[in-house]
Design a binder for this molecule. Structure first.
Ligand SMILES: Cc1cc2nc3c(=O)[nH]c(=O)nc-3n(C[C@H](O)[C@H](O)[C@H](O)COP(=O)(O)OP(=O)(O)OC[C@H]3O[C@@H](n4cnc5c(N)ncnc54)[C@H](O)[C@@H]3O)c2cc1C
Length: 307
């Protein structure tokens, strides 16, 4: 039997594996795709403390090598559910196997919701971004657009307005889900222009984004904008439906947990972007990984479950 099964080999899951192994626990990490999670395709990370600049691939590879060198086992299997039994043993089921364990850490992350435009994936990292906090600094003094009408879009536009020459805020309606006071503050900024009732219909540029075509949904007029960067802020999609019976989910599907990373089920913890929190970054994912792993280690030490 395992001590700790970690679901997801992103920053949170691999950080948890490092802490679990250093505490002497048997730990297996189960990953549905490839190691590294969301950060893997990002060319530039410049906000991880202690590392001035690194690519997402190198960052993820460093975490993977550190976890495996410490003895963490990483298996590429998608987890489909967890069965609880009265003796406290958890059975983690995957597409091809099952694992009995004392504790589980859910570190399944989240995906950014795409707009679904042609070449969106290809231009991600080359003018298209989903994270103003991560990539805003690359657009200092430039012209950018933010797409979205929720709190994230408004916060992103406000953040970018302090760095960029010009910020367009594009929203498909004329009303916002974001807090009205924040919208008014943003409207008052001289370098921010609102383009409402509009959607983005085309991304332009060869290797790098150079502009977008906008479509007004009320009068069908099309407009072209020259921009250096597009920040898409139309939400994130967590996928925790397989765990809804062992952990409580909020209305968006995030696993409900506080800074202690505990779920409603004793012995099941959660870490990183998949849990309810306000800041979803590498630092907070790594921090959660440490907190969840140490809590899981204490749980293993205090539980009566026999190996
Ligand atoms: C384009 C981009 C750029 C970014 N740039 C930065 C940056 O510069 N700085 C910064 O701090 N943050 C950045 N971020 C945010 C950062 O990547 C995330 O906060 C971080 O990756 C969260 O880590 P995580 O481990 O919680 O989740 P993830 O990285 O999402 O990893 C979760 C892993 O779990 C796996 N998984 C999911 N479900 C299952 C299942 N059922 N079974 C098995 N495995 C499963 C997934 O395949 C994935 O590998 C960026 C994000 C994106 C998308």
């Amino acid at each position: 039997m395992e001590d700790i099964v970690i679901i997801g080999a992103g920053t949170a899951g691999l950080s948890a594996a490092i802490y679990a192994r250093r505490a002497g626990k048997k730990a297996v990490v189960l990953e549905a795709m490839t190691y590294g999670g969301q950060i893997i395709n990002t060319p530039d990370i410049e906000n991880y403390p202690g590392i001035k600049h690194i690519s997402g691939f190198d960052f993820a590879t460093g975490l993977y090598e550190q976890a495996t060198a410490l003895g963490a086992e990483i298996k590429f299997e998608k987890v489909t559910g967890i069965k609880l039994s009265s003796d406290g043993i958890k059975t983690v089921k995957t597409s091809s196997s099952e694992y009995k364990t004392k504790a589980v850490i859910l570190a399944t992350g989240a995906k950014n919701r795409p707009l679904g435009l042609d070449r969106e994936e290809e231009l991600t990292g080359s003018g298209v971004s989903y994270c103003a906090t991560c990539d805003g600094a690359f657009y200092k003094g430039k012209t950018v657009a933010v797409n979205g009408g929720g709190n994230t879009a408004i916060e992103d536009a406000a953040f970018l307005s302090s760095l960029c020459k010009k910020v367009y805020l594009i929203h498909r309606r004329d009303k916002f889900r974001a807090d009205a006071a924040d919208v008014e503050k943003l409207k008052a900024k001289e370098n921010v222009e609102f383009i409402l009732d509009s959607t983005i219909s085309r991304l332009e540029g060869d290797d790098t984004l150079t502009g977008i075509e906008i479509h007004n949904v009320k009068n069908a007029v099309k407009q072209h904008l020259d921009i250096d960067g597009l920040f898409i802020a139309v939400g994130q999609i967590p996928d925790n439906s397989a765990f809804a019976d062992v952990a409580e989910l909020d209305e968006k599907g995030y696993i409900k947990a506080g800074e202690d990373c505990r779920t409603k089920t004793p012995g099941i913890f959660t870490a990183g972007d998949c849990r309810t929190k306000t800041v979803r970054q590498l630092t907070t994912a790594a921090s959660d990984g440490a907190v969840a792993a140490l809590a899981a280690c204490s749980y293993c030490d205090s539980t009566e479950i026999n190996s």
